[in-house]
Design a protein around this ligand. Structure first.
Ligand SMILES: Cc1cc2nc3c(=O)[nH]c(=O)nc-3n(C[C@H](O)[C@H](O)[C@H](O)COP(=O)(O)OP(=O)(O)OC[C@H]3O[C@@H](n4cnc5c(N)ncnc54)[C@H](O)[C@@H]3O)c2cc1C
Length: 377
């Protein structure tokens, strides 16, 4: 008789891999299958870096980010791998947004500083400000060294007993007393299945009768050869009326990364269109020239990767019968790393999904997702 796993996880990106590790630590038998391999360039959880911040306008994310920092630190201690590079983050933008961020962070008992233009200029002379502009500084923010985080999670997951299969693609499921997962050449049995397939999740879930409003998109990032900025804080420039903002953060070994915080275009995950758009890069460098005029715009590389939008820019993490959906990352999930694993593992063990991530929330029924919507969270 083939083994029946307690849990099979389809997709070993940040959602799937962190959940695999957490469940194995809790004593479950876990199978994690990935069609390319964790962190492959065609997936969302790829590349050198991701921004991390605790300032969100919703308490759920502030608390999850605080938990994530602790969990990433624990993983660093367990694996000897440096994963976090916390140099802080400056937030600029409409006063109403800054006030909301300040309120939620302080309500969670964490620190965030409000600064006038004079104080911002004194502490962050590389940032150009308009007259009277104000801002925030959060110390628990900066950069997750993403490829190091993925490598550490994979090592830790295997050590904890996860059976990891890659490259191997799940093509369909057959629910029953246990769920049978078919790959191209064989099949596996599991009591519960987590679908953490990132941009491919929509097609897989359609196949089991769970159509979800998920919109895969491709987003572009530009790395600057700017070693002088490696120890400087990240930056987030929020825009009024939910318009696309801009963010940046230091990248050890490279310099600094900047990007618009909305997808460039909708995208089908099986169509590989990775050529960066030079016009988008130029628009970004135009912003750099105005906001950080002393930085020499020496581009080291520009890359495109996919993410998956939901209508309300919140994740989908919830149970549906023997399946658990873990995704709808909406372009901002990586930072939460191992805290996502804890969240999904709790649901596997019978816990209730938080209201923000539930399948039954009205936003998933009321509006369609836009692949190019800005990350307003
Ligand atoms: C350009 C860019 C910049 C970003 N910046 C930030 C940031 O600054 N901060 C932040 O927090 N987040 C950021 N994000 C978002 C973050 O990277 C994503 O939210 C996160 O990586 C999503 O992970 P995932 O596990 O849902 O998806 P993925 O990483 O795509 O994982 C899904 C996995 O499923 C596998 N798979 C798919 N189909 C199958 C199948 N049929 N069988 C087996 N395996 C399958 C794939 O191979 C893949 O490995 C950014 C994303 C991008 C693209």
């Amino acid at each position: 008789m083939p083994m029946t796993y307690d849990v099979a996880i389809v997709g070993a990106g940040i959602f799937g891999l962190s959940t695999a590790y957490e469940l194995a630590r809790r004593g479950h038998s876990v199978l994690a299958i990935d069609r390319f391999g964790s962190g492959h360039p065609a997936t969302s959880s790829t590349g050198a870096s991701r921004s991390i911040r605790i300032a969100y306008d919703h308490p759920f994310y502030v608390e999850l980010a605080l938990e994530a920092i602790e969990s990433w630190r624990r993983l660093e201690a367990e694996t000897g791998q440096t994963i976090l590079h916390l140099t802080g983050q400056v937030d600029l933008g409409p006063q109403s947004k800054l006030e909301e961020l300040t309120r939620t962070v302080r309500a969670a008992g964490a620190a965030i500083e409000e600064m006038d233009a004079a104080e911002l200029r004194r502490r962050f002379p590389e940032i150009a400000l308009s007259r009277g502009e104000i801002g925030l500084f959060q110390r628990q923010a900066g950069t997750v060294i993403a490829n190091a985080g993925m490598a550490a999670l994979l090592r830790a997951a295997k050590k904890a007993g996860v059976t990891y299969l890659a490259p191997e693609r799940v093509v369909r499921f057959e629910p029953g007393a246990t769920v049978t997962l078919y790959t191209e050449g064989r099949h596996f049995e599991a009591k519960q299945v987590i679908v953490a397939a990132g941009p491919w999740a929509k097609d897989l879930l359609d196949g089991v009768g769970l159509p979800l409003p998920l919109a895969p998109a491709v987003a572009q990032v530009t790395f600057l050869d700017a070693p002088a900025l490696v120890d400087r804080p990240g930056i987030a420039e929020w825009r009024p009326n939910g318009e696309t903002g801009i963010y940046g953060h230091p990248v050890p070994g490279i310099g600094y990364k900047i990007a618009f915080d909305s997808g460039a275009a909708g995208w089908h995950p099986d169509v590989e269109e990775w050529e960066p758009d030079p016009a988008e890069e130029q628009r970004l460098l135009g912003w750099l020239a105005r906001r950080m005029p002393s930085v020499v715009p020496k581009v080291s590389r520009t890359q495109r990767h996919p993410w998956t939008m939901t209508p309300d820019v919140d994740f989908i993490v919830d149970r549906w019968g023997q399946f658990i959906v873990a995704g709808g990352c909406s372009g901002h999930a990586f930072k939460f790393g191992p805290a996502l694993g804890r969240l999904v593992a709790d649901i596997v063990e019978g816990g209730e999904a938080p209201s923000v991530t539930r399948l039954g929330r009205p936003a998933l029924r009321q509006s369609a997702p836009s692949p190019t919507a800005p990350i307003t969270r």
